[in-house]
Design a protein around this ligand. Sequence first.
Ligand SMILES: C[S@@+](CC[C@H](N)C(=O)[O-])C[C@H]1O[C@@H](n2cnc3c(N)ncnc32)[C@H](O)[C@@H]1O
Length: 212
Amino acid sequence: MELEQYIQSVFIGKDALDDHAKITKAIEDRGMPTISVAPETGKLLTLLVKMTGAKKLLEIGALGGYSGICLLRGTGKAGHLTSLELVESYADAAREHVHQAGFNNQVSYKIGPALASLQALVSEKECYDFFFIDADKDNYVNYLDLCIQLANSGAIICGDNTLWDMQVLDSKFQDTNTKGIRSFNEAISSHPRLESILIPIGDGLTIARLTD
Ligand SMILES: C[S@@+](CC[C@H](N)C(=O)[O-])C[C@H]1O[C@@H](n2cnc3c(N)ncnc32)[C@H](O)[C@@H]1O
């Protein structure tokens, strides 16, 4: 049995696996890419939100709403998610799925390039407790900088795909995505205000906490 299968069979209930499969099928039917976070990464996001008591959440990269649902599961009815997405039809799909999951009034979508949406949120002096970065890899470092500007003290910042199919380990891979992920891992691990670690779950989840 593969590691991923073992973790899913022991730690992820059938309902959660069915939810993941349902959203994967729905986004496939809409012709969207099936690149939602793995169920075990989703479960870790739920737990991290619960463990930290985060209520104001921000996600970069909505796709079909799976990670958004996982994040909101951690807050129960008390939280709110701002989700940034480039493609309007993807945000429509995400909204539908997040509403179906029971989080009707707890999500708002900002459509367009996430860099512009983040800059607007900085100008509006918005603040968040929890960030999940899961969009274009060559902008991860820029997203990190802007998330820090938007962060309450003690905030958590997570980035997905930080192993990038293990390519970050192998110097023969020098494409912009792999280099973007490497730069992100280096920036988040060396930032003086962040404590961080990369967890080898799913495609790799790097998590950091902003010091008080
Ligand atoms: C890996 S998918 C997100 C998956 C989602 N977080 C989940 O697990 O359910 C990446 C998403 O980022 C969006 N994206 C890519 N570039 C973007 C940009 N510059 N600004 C905002 N969103 C972007 C894509 O359209 C896609 O929906």
